[in-house]
Every structure is written in structure tokens, then in C-alpha cells.
Write a protein that binds this ligand. Structure first.
Ligand code: URA
Length: 305
């Protein structure tokens, strides 16, 4: 076993993400048996939803982020009642309500409006044939997203990488394996109650950062996916997806541990799996993000019945 594999395995990162609480519980049980004090769990109260005060954005970033938000905003009122920003618990969406035709005034107006009226299959076709930005020239194929179109949980990442570009599915590389393990740790699985998508549907060459214009052109696609899926919860992973959805430049660390809202849809944020692969010490924090996702899904399911 290589040193890296050894460290990963010691940290519980392979083959499956090990729930620390199980470890803590079994240690507590052992300490009860021996009468010796056991270790204290790394406690973190499950936080209540908070109203976001977005930090100022660069003009280019703002227009891209605005595009996503306004598309969702236009779709959301028809689908679910808006939340009071200070509500102690996010009100769940009314699932099963008919999807409304939405009027969008984002990006290139007519194009965005048309995208906002597409059904799921038409949206898939539109994404597959998209030539709205230069990424269409370098991609192998578009990456629409994968999973249940009626998912409870929508995971939003940044953009396809090389492997995703090859296979046409998000998060299939090393980071994807970790994402699957993270989801498995809270009993979720890609394709079951989960849909996984990216902000960008095409790979930026060399995995460079997405550009504002690319986000602007792609924003109506993600907005329409959100409006059609109507997930109970969005889990945004990584700085780019988080800042785009929440319209802020605040660092991920400052946004974690809270339930944000994007026009009535609760949003929990977390580290990008690729970042976690490089920064093992943040694994414990990532675990708390997952617990918040799990807790919110349970709460929201209880409310919605
Ligand atoms: N990183 C992402 O953000 N998305 C993918 O699909 C793959 C890697």
C-alpha cells in the first residue's frame, strides 16, 4: 500500500467515507464498558437558516450570478411560496405542483426566455447542441447532469473536467468517487434521490476557471434544471458553485454551517471534493457539512410528508 493510500485509509477516506459519529459512538460504548472517559465528539450545533448578506461582487461576476438567481427567482414563485429571510426553518417546496412556464429576463433575453420554457427532454437537447460560448469548440461533449429529475437533493459543482468531458457525466473522476462516498455516508446515491449538475455544462480547456461570459450563457440551463427538478435542498460544492449561486464573494469557510436560501430553496454549501482530496485535514469539516445536508433533508421531508 502506498503512503498516500495508507494515509487516506487511516483517515477513513477509502474505500468508503466512514461516519465519524459511528466511531465516536463505538468509542463511547467502549468507554462505558471500561469506565474510562471516552473522547469528546467534535460538536457542532446544527445551525438554523440565516439570511445571507452577500458581499459585493465584481461587475462581471455579478452579472453571471444575477443570471442564475433571477432565473430561479422567476421560476420559484410559481413553484413554491417565497420564504421569509428570517424563517427559523426553510419552508419546503410544494412538490407535485405543475411546472410553470417562466418568464426570464436574463442573459440574452429571448434565448433565456425560451430555455426557461423547455421541458426536461427539450432542455437536454438544447444543452447538447449549445454553441452559445467558445467552450463548444473545445468540448468533446456537453455534460448535462446525472440522476433523478425528481431528485430531493441537487448537488451543484463547477464544471466538467477531462474525464467528465470524455464520459458525458459529472463527477466521474477521482473527485467524483469521493463525492459518491460522501453521499453514501449519508445514505444517498447518485441516480436515486440525487441529481448532480454543474454550473457549466462544457469543460473549460485545461480545467481553467470558468469565465463570466461562459457562466452567463450557461446560467439559464442550471436555472431551468433547478426549476424543473424543484429539489428540497441544494448542496453547492466548491467556491465557484457556491459564489455563483449565493451571489457572494465570501470565502467558503464563512458560508459553511448555515442554511442559505436561493429564492426559497434551502442551500447548504461544502468543500469541493477535489479540494478535499488535496486537503485532508478539512475532512472533519466536510463531515459536518454532510450532517447538515442530512439533517435538512430529514427536516424538509418531515414537513412535506
Ligand atoms: N468538478 C466539478 O466541479 N464537476 C465535475 O463534474 C467534475 C469535477
Amino acid at each position: 500500500m502506498s503512503r498516500r493510500d495508507f494515509v487516506l485509509s487511516e483517515l477513513g477516506l477509502t474505500p468508503l467515507w466512514v461516519r465519524p459519529e459511528r466511531i465516536t459512538r463505538s468509542m463511547a460504548a467502549a468507554s462505558a464498558e471500561t469506565g474510562q472517559p471516552g473522547p469528546q465528539p467534535v460538536a457542532q450545533a446544527v445551525p438554523q437558516p440565516v439570511a445571507m448578506e452577500p458581499a459585493p461582487l465584481q461587475p462581471t461576476m455579478r452579472s453571471a450570478a444575477d443570471a442564475v438567481r433571477s432565473a430561479i427567482a422567476d421560476a420559484a414563485p410559481a413553484l413554491r411560496p417565497p420564504l421569509a429571510a428570517t424563517s427559523p426553518n426553510p419552508a419546503p417546496a410544494t412538490r407535485g405542483a405543475p411546472v410553470q412556464q417562466v418568464k426570464l429576463v436574463i442573459g440574452e433575453g429571448a434565448r433565456a426566455e425560451r430555455i426557461a420554457s423547455l421541458d426536461w427532454q427539450a432542455l437536454q437537447r438544447e444543452v447538447a447542441g449549445c454553441t452559445a460560448c467558445g467552450l463548444c469548440q473545445t468540448r468533446t461533449q456537453t455534460v448535462f447532469g446525472v440522476g433523478n429529475p425528481q431528485a430531493e437533493l441537487l448537488v451543484v459543482g463547477e464544471a466538467p473536467g477531462a474525464e467528465e468531458d470524455r464520459q458525458g457525466e459529472p463527477f466521474v473522476g477521482a473527485a467524483g468517487k469521493l463525492l459518491d462516498n460522501l453521499l453514501a455516508a449519508i445514505g444517498e446515491k447518485r441516480g436515486e434521490r440525487v441529481f448532480i449538475a454543474n454550473v457549466l455544462k462544457c469543460r473549460p480547456p485545461g480545467n481553467r476557471n470558468p469565465q463570466a461570459e461562459e457562466v452567463l450563457q450557461c446560467a439559464p440551463f442550471l436555472a431551468r434544471q433547478i426549476a424543473l427538478i424543484r429539489p428540497r435542498l441544494i448542496f453547492a460544492v466548491g467556491r465557484f458553485a457556491i459564489q455563483t449561486l449565493l451571489q457572494t464573494e465570501a470565502p467558503v469557510g464563512a458560508l459553511r454551517g448555515k442554511v442559505h436560501e436561493v429564492d426559497g430553496i434551502p442551500v447548504v454549501v461544502g468543500y469541493h471534493p477535489a479540494y478535499l482530496l488535496r486537503n485532508l485535514p478539512d475532512k472533519a469539516r466536510a463531515w459536518h457539512d454532510l450532517l447538515l445536508v442530512e439533517d435538512q433533508l430529514t427536516q424538509l421531508a418531515g414537513k412535506q410528508g
